[in-house]
Design a protein around this ligand. Structure first.
Ligand code: ADP
Ligand code: MG
Length: 445
């Protein structure tokens, strides 16, 4: 077997040379065989995600080499790297990261559009993938209309979109109930065994190691052990942790029960404060909204959560506060991850579709005096792309532009959303005029 990935003396620091410097990956030397099913396993914070981002060319490391098919990815040009990211690697995320404004079919075809495949052809390919994942009947649905397990299958279909030889999955089972988790594991196994794809999974939960062939154990940024599993055997890690895992899972029903497709402040508040009074839930909901909108920081969130109700707080007990804070901060951090990945795509503006969208975006924003964050710009690009390709209607454009940024919309004021949407419609209507019959324009008004 040949090595599809080789990592030599890899060192990565975050915030290098600052007091808060983190040495996230330390002297990593590993090889991954083509067709292997690999897991990076270790506790939270040990560097697993960083490892994946280094392999995918998302995180820039300071020392060492990552060779894919014997080519050093740090030597790739931006365009080569963008293409590598779009076609060489498919990524499955824990939080699914589907584009909420796109239906299932378009979510799966989008990565193909980013590499310049025509929308018709992309749709045909996307339908094939959906069929394979038993999702055909959901093709026209939107992510929020699906269960977590179904969304994760869409996530996998999307990861397969440009037929990448390497599939990377970052804690893909973390938000699934056991039935769906099992289905996803079965499919990853099939992809590995039948399709011969190289699978790289990251996990901190031993039970998801069931089918893997190689385990890299990680601790504090280091690979401390490489474990090869004979086929048919259970990884020692798995049997060792099994009992622990089962008891901790049943003690943690709260987290497992949360339907990830409904992660809005209201549902979160109702869920996290089950059994509390309506007044407390309502106050907590507005607190969660403030935190999502970054109007308050984590410290303030904790403060108000624990303050008594009559003093304007929510009146939660200390361990409850810790639990809900962790959950809410987890969601916020995941959104930052999304932003990071999208930023990367955004930077790769050599790809034709990006140029086209950039131009339209700049034109739309002429005269707009507010400042948009990277995530807002990306969300706006997404809307432009969706609308110009006819994926969404104009009312959906306004809705998305107006939606609070924390809910994946652009988060403009209602007025700005309308102005920009009208401007965008100008372009689209111009195009239509050519095909419209003479008696049609009246009807349009
Ligand atoms: P894991 O995926 O195993 O939980 P990560 O790879 O996310 O771990 O993080 C490894 C270490 O690097 C952690 O200490 C984390 O706090 C830190 N880290 C991760 N991303 C960043 C970042 N963007 N900036 C600074 N530190 C980071
Ligand atoms: Mg991680």
């Amino acid at each position: 077997m040949s090595q599809i990935i080789k990592i030599e003396n890899l060192n990565l620091w975050y915030e290098k040379d600052k007091p808060i410097e983190v040495h996230a990956l330390k002297n990593i030397n590993i090889g991954i065989e083509r067709g292997d099913y690999v897991a990076f396993f270790g506790p939270s914070g040990c560097g697993k995600t960083t490892m994946l981002y280094s392999i995918s060319g998302i995180d820039r490391f300071q020392e060492g080499k990552v060779l894919i098919n014997a080519r050093d990815i740090s030597g790739l040009t931006n365009q080569e790297l963008a293409i590598f990211r779009q076609t060489g690697i498919g990524i499955v995320f824990q939080q699914f990261n589907l584009v909420p404004s796109l239906n299932v079919l378009k979510n799966v075809s989008l990565p193909m559009l980013f590499v310049g495949i025509t929308s018709d052809k992309a749709d045909i390919e996307a339908r094939k993938l959906l069929e394979r994942l038993d999702l055909t009947k959901y093709a026209e649905r939107y992510p929020y209309e699906l269960s977590g397990g179904q969304q994760q299958r869409v996530g996998i279909a999307r990861a397969l979109a440009n037929n990448p030889p390497i599939i990377i999955a970052d804690e893909p089972l973390g938000n699934l109930d056991s039935v769906n988790a099992k289905m996803v594991l079965e499919f990853l196994k099939e992809l590995n065994e039948k399709d011969g794809r190289t699978i790289i999974m990251v996990t901190h939960e031993a039970w998801s190691l069931r089918d893997v062939k190689t385990i890299f154990h990680m601790k504090d940024g280091e690979i401390i052990d490489e474990e090869k599993i004979e086929s048919g055997n259970i990884p020692s890690t798995l049997s060792k942790h099994l009992n622990e895992q089962i008891s901790s899972m049943s003690g943690d029903v709260d987290k497992k029960d949360i339907p990830p497709e409904r992660v809005t402040a209201r549902i979160l508040a109702n869920f996290l404060l089950r059994g509390y009074s309506m007044d407390e839930i309502i106050r907590f909901e507005s607190l969660v909204n403030d935190r999502f909108d970054n109007k308050i920081d984590k410290k303030e969130f904790i403060k108000v959560s624990s303050k008594s109700f009559k003093d304007g707080g929510v009146g939660l007990r200390k361990n409850k506060v810790e639990k809900v804070t962790d959950y809410i901060e987890g969601i916020i951090n995941k959104r930052k991850d999304v932003e990071r990945i999208y930023n990367f795509i955004n930077e790769s503006n050599e790809l034709p579709i990006r140029d086209e969208i950039n131009n339209i975006r700049d034109w739309l924003l002429e005269g707009y005096t507010g400042k948009l964050s990277n995530l807002q710009v990306l969300a706006l690009d997404q809307v432009i792309s969706d609308r110009t390709r006819g994926f969404i209607k104009s009312d959906k454009v306004v809705e998305t532009l107006d939606l609070s940024n924390s809910k994946f919309g652009v988060g403009l004021s209602f007025r700005a959303a309308h102005l920009i949407s009208e401007k965008l419609e100008l372009i689209l209507n111009d195009d239509k005029e050519e095909v419209v019959n003479n008696d049609e324009p009246l009807k349009k008004l």
